[in-house]
Design a protein around this ligand. Sequence first.
Ligand code: C2O
Ligand code: CU
Ligand code: CU
Length: 485
Amino acid sequence: MNKKWVLISLLSIGIIVIVIGLIGLNNDRNQDSSGDRSQIITPNNTIGVGSDRSVRMLPIPPLLKDENEDQSIADFNLVVQQGETNFYNDVQTPTLGYNGSFLGPVIKVKRGETVNIHVENELSDSTSVHWHGLEVNGTEDGGPHQVIDQGTLWEPSFMIDQQASTLWFHPHVIGTTATQVYYGLAGLMIVEDEFSDKLNIPKGYGVNDIPLIIQDKSFNKDGSFSYVNNMMNGVVGDKILVNGAITPTLNVSQINMRFRIVNGANGSSFNLELSDQTEFHQIASDGGFLEKPHADHSLFIAPGERAEIIVDFSKYKEGEVINLQSGNKLIMTFVVGGKEIDTTEIPESLVEIKKMDESEATSIKTIELDGMGHMVSLNGRKFDMNRIDDQVELGAIEIWEITTTSTMMGKMGHPFHIHGTQFQVLSRNGKEPNANEKGFKDTVFVGPDEPVRIIVQFRNKGVFMYHCHILEHEEAGMMGQLLVE
Ligand code: C2O
Ligand code: CU
Ligand code: CU
């Protein structure tokens, strides 16, 4: 593995030199806005690598077993490991995974539960496991300050104190976050609560409640991943993987299906839509349910963001094939099966969301996301592990105004993420936020010339990161840290 990282670094340096020459006219390439809506992609024209065109079924990540019999305490074991994964033909790709060779299991927890996680690092490198979206103290957050050295154990323990939501976990070590995620380290955490229990929405995990971890990757001829940093928008791949399978297929009955979508890509945003432009309902954003389902026929999702949607397949006939696509890229395919009794519904309303009060904010801060590629900074500075950029009193409510600045290289959008909290979006470019941004979020896309104001409360102590979730930008320094005490 170590040799590989060296190689990757050398390669990257070479590419910096080339790309710096090419940078210039780029404008907002981060968004996948190539969407030609009339184009419907059939699985066969883009599926597969090389000559392999066989249908790949969508893998469903297993639920991780809670080793503690006590109803109010959960104990989970995670092993971070190296392995090999077969993505296409009969080649093996060197990969990383949690309790397996690629990606990881789903950690399902309940609000109010005490959770102990035993993380063993079997890699030949150090790693960390950051619980993205989880509201816990800084010492349990799994950021760059909780490095797990090779061969050692990390045992965070926390109480779940937030709404039902789809969170995720991934490494967060200085210098290797982006590559470790790219090679496969990412998993899902599902939080349930009394409201999610009561709602009559699809909730049979793996049956009508399906996670979709969407990533893009490139492969070398020998099957190994090709991690090529284009230095601009983060690493972009030419193959789409969902739950670790290249443009897979899922057989669905004519029922409501709930998808928990995670953009687990290093740098790519997706503009998801069904190939026939059918509307679906978004029911949750990063931090939990929206007040009411939001009907739309497309969903923009940036790196780090999550969205839960319900697709009503009862509108279709047996044998119909519908693709999930982003612009001209195929994401995955649904093949509609027979009718089935479905007692679930898309409710009129989901939860009540108390609007955070702007007048309670004790300070207004600005966050400037500058540049692209390696020339990135946050508020004019690059990340320094030994520097606390900001201090906040425990419990304080603040307004943050996040902007992107253009440079001589052009401008682009950045998905901005804060650790350890869920915030509300007050406005986007001076106007009401999008309908699907009115719930709680931990990651918000800030477009070029599109300042976003958020209101955030810091309810947990410790040191927390805030950064662009294009992992190559984060690693190049577009990150700061704040101390809550
Ligand atoms: Cu997804 Cu700093 O994290
Ligand atoms: Cu995070
Ligand atoms: Cu960025």
